[in-house]
Structure formats: structure tokens, C-alpha cells
Design a protein around this ligand. Sequence first.
Ligand code: PMP
Length: 300
Amino acid sequence: MALIPFDDRDGMIWWDGALVPWRDAKLHVLTHGLHYASAVFEGERAYAGHIFRLREHTDRLLASGRILGFDIPYTAEEIDAACIQTLAANGLTEGYLRPLAWRGSEMLAVSAQHTKIHLAIACWQWPSYFGDDRMAGIKLAWADWRRPDPRTAPTASKAAGNYMTGTLAKHKAESEGFADAMMLDYRGQLAEATGANAFFVIDGALHTPTPDCFLDGITRRAVVGLARRRQIPVVERAMHPEELGRVSEVFLAGTAAEVTPVRQIGEHHFSPGQITEVLVRDYTDLVRLPPDEVSTRLAA
Ligand code: PMP
């Protein structure tokens, strides 16, 4: 597929309260968010005309900004409405949405107390993060980079700066023929992939690392709800790479990645099995339900 640069597309982007033509959504190069990573964002998917878990994403966006010390100057209701408006303005019912908030160009130094906080929302078609053959299972390399101690980086925020090591790890994995990288945390425990949480099947139960230094993903929480509905035991705990020998199935969960089976992590091989298959199917069904039914299903 030909890669169309993101600044060479058509459509509408919501920016600080109004829709602007895609090609006009340009930023000054002396913007604090670009130099100092004072930016937070969301990744959302729309299915069948509805944005899946929209309010959860909006709440996380607002919380991510507060963690970086700024208040995004819109209410959750206004941001939800803007996301829905952006999707409609681009004529999409299925797609990926990218809300982004950042510090502006009023000041350009480490101190940025008087910068204006901006918010933009774009959306585009993004069929499958790992390509059409992802159901066969993807291959993950081990990342050299680790998820940091929460005292080292604002790990609970979906902050742009937290993706610096993700890109480095993903590029290295791709250069070696892998689809993505599995990251350990600062303690050497299993953490997550560069843009999705991870689940491991051991003896018929689903195990997943406690998200105490990386995002507790919205997809992750949905998968936990779906597994519990199926009476599949779910264990959230500290997990170690030495355990992979006992693991039979692995999958990733994230908005872009959806539920993607994994067939290899470094030297360990797995085959997508029954639990992965059932959760891929349940998630595919869940995202297409109207929002109130999604909430009911996950609350049950
Ligand atoms: N971890 C990272 C680093 C991510 O970028 C994402 C995607 N936002 C996730 C986990 C999964 O989060 P979610 O399910 O909310 O998309």
C-alpha cells in the first residue's frame, strides 16, 4: 500500500473549537509541545458509527494533561461532541481518532507556565494495525528499552514523551523482521508491547501484568470484562520473563492493535489457541454494539 504522508491528505481537523481543512492544520515550529514533549494524546476507534469507549478515552485525555500539569480548556462533554463531529465531518463511520493536546508557542524554555493549551482532533481510516494476517499471530522481539519507574516518567499519562523509547524499540524490532517489541519494566518484569498491553494464558487462566508503570489500557479493561463473562479466570500480577516457558497463548490488546494473537516473543513460541480465539471474537462483537450495550456487557 502506498504511504500517503499525513500532511498530504484531505478532510477536516477539529482545532481549538472549529473544524479546519486538513491541509491548513499547521503548527508553528517554535511550539513548546514539539521541543519539550509537553503533549498528551488519545487513540480511539469508531466502529459502526460509534466511538468505542469514548468517555473513557476523553477522561484519560483530561487526566493525562493534568498529570503533565495542564488543564485542557474543554469539558468532557465538549471533547466527546468534538470527536463525534470530527468523525462525521470526515464522512467516516469506521476509523481511528487522534485527539492531541499540547502547550503552544508563547514561551520556549523548560518553564512554560504561560503557554496556551491547544486541542486538535483528527481521524482517518486505519484498518488493521498489524496487517491482514495478524490472526496467524505476530512476532515480538525483546526490547532493549524498559518501561520506567513512575518516579522517572509520568507513566500514567498518555504523554508524547513516553513514546520516545517505544519508537526506538519498535524500529529495532522491525529492522530484525519482527512486528513489534515486548518491553520489560525497570524491575525486569514483563510490561507491555510498544503500543498495546499483553495477556498470557497459563493452565487455562488469563494472566496480565499489573499496570503500575504503564497504561492500564481501555482495551485491556474491556478484555478483562469479556474474559470474566466467559468465566475465564483473570489474574493481574507481577509477571516475569522466565515464566514464558509455561505460557501457551499470548495476545496483545490495544485500541489500534485490537486483540492480536502473538506467536513468538524472542526465543519463545506460542500458538494462538482457544482462549485467544474466543476473546478476539468477543471483542470484535463488543466494539460494534451501541455504547450503552457495551457498558452493560462490561459491567455485568
Ligand atoms: N500501552 C501503550 C504504550 C499504548 O500506546 C496503548 C494504546 N493507547 C496501550 C497500552 C493500550 O491502551 P488502549 O487499550 O487504551 O488503547
